[in-house]
Design a protein around this ligand. Structure first.
Ligand code: SF4
Length: 257
């Protein structure tokens, strides 16, 4: 067996371990692949090119989990043990809302309710977020994708630690790439700092429109902080109106730096 065939077989096995169940063969046929791979076993289900769906045709859920796909990312995160938070979580909290969203809301980390339900932004803070979004005609059922910087709950709801953010941030950055929202709303200090790249207090991050890889980004207070500090409500309202102007196509963008 040639080195390239060996490398290909190793790749196929890695894909299989990542949950890829089938793939399309462009330059070979199923039988010759099966002969080469028979010794190893555990390979993806193979389809000849003619079996593949037409471009634009609905693909089934197995193919949707191909490497690099949204579903593959989600499956990887649900099994993640990259940082210490894996030990204490009930479940990984990956996202809520709609996959093809106009707005992506990025919070900080799951709390107790989120850890139990598997959904970000539930409980009182979640209801306040829904009210804020409704004030600018957005809902998580129709137009918003919601996630956090950290996918697992820090014990006792403590602040995220820097090494945890570094471990988990690649998931968020891929989510942004794959969801491709029209705008991002970062709620809270940790998501605001991560996405703007600025180590500033939230009061100095909010009130502007940034550009995150050419996607407009607005930063505002976390709903849980608003519940504790009612005096920030007006500022949050102003930030939501700023976000609305962005989605309407009339917001001005600040330069990151
Ligand atoms: S917080 Fe993120 S990096 Fe840490 S275990 Fe959970 S998913 Fe993995």
């Amino acid at each position: 067996m040639s080195p390239s065939e060996t490398a290909l077989i190793r790749l196929l096995r890695q894909w299989r371990e990542l949950g890829v169940e089938e793939m399309v063969l462009e330059h070979s046929d199923r039988r010759s692949f099966l002969e080469r791979l028979a010794a190893g076993g555990g390979v993806p289900r193979l389809m000849s090119q003619g079996d593949a769906p037409e471009v634009g045709e609905e693909r089934d859920t197995e193919e949707a989990s191909a490497p690099g796909s949204y579903e593959a990312l989600r499956e990887e995160a649900l099994a993640c043990t990259r940082c210490r938070l894996a030990q204490g979580r009930t479940q990984v909290v990956f996202s809520d809302g709609v996959r093809h969203a106009r707005l992506m809301v990025v919070g900080e980390a799951p709390g107790e309710h989120e850890d139990r339900t598997g959904r970000p932004f539930v409980g009182r803070a979640g209801r306040l977020l829904d009210l804020l979004l409704a004030s600018v005609d957005l809902t998580r059922e129709e137009s918003v994708y919601i996630c956090n910087v950290l996918k697992c709950r820090p014990p006792g709801n403590r602040d995220p630690r820097q090494d945890e953010i570094e471990s988990c941030a690649p998931y968020l950055l891929r989510q942004i790439d794959l969801v491709r929202p029209e705008a991002i709303l970062a709620v809270g200090t940790f998501s605001g700092r991560l996405l703007t790249g600025m180590d500033r207090p939230l009061g100095r991050l909010r009130g502007k429109v940034y550009s995150y890889h050419e996607t407009p980004l607005v930063v505002t207070y976390h709903p849980a902080a608003l519940l504790r500090n009612r005096g920030w409500t007006q500022a949050a309202w102003d930030d939501l109106q700023l976000l609305r102007t962005v989605l309407d196509g009339s917001g001005e963008t600040s330069t990151l730096g």
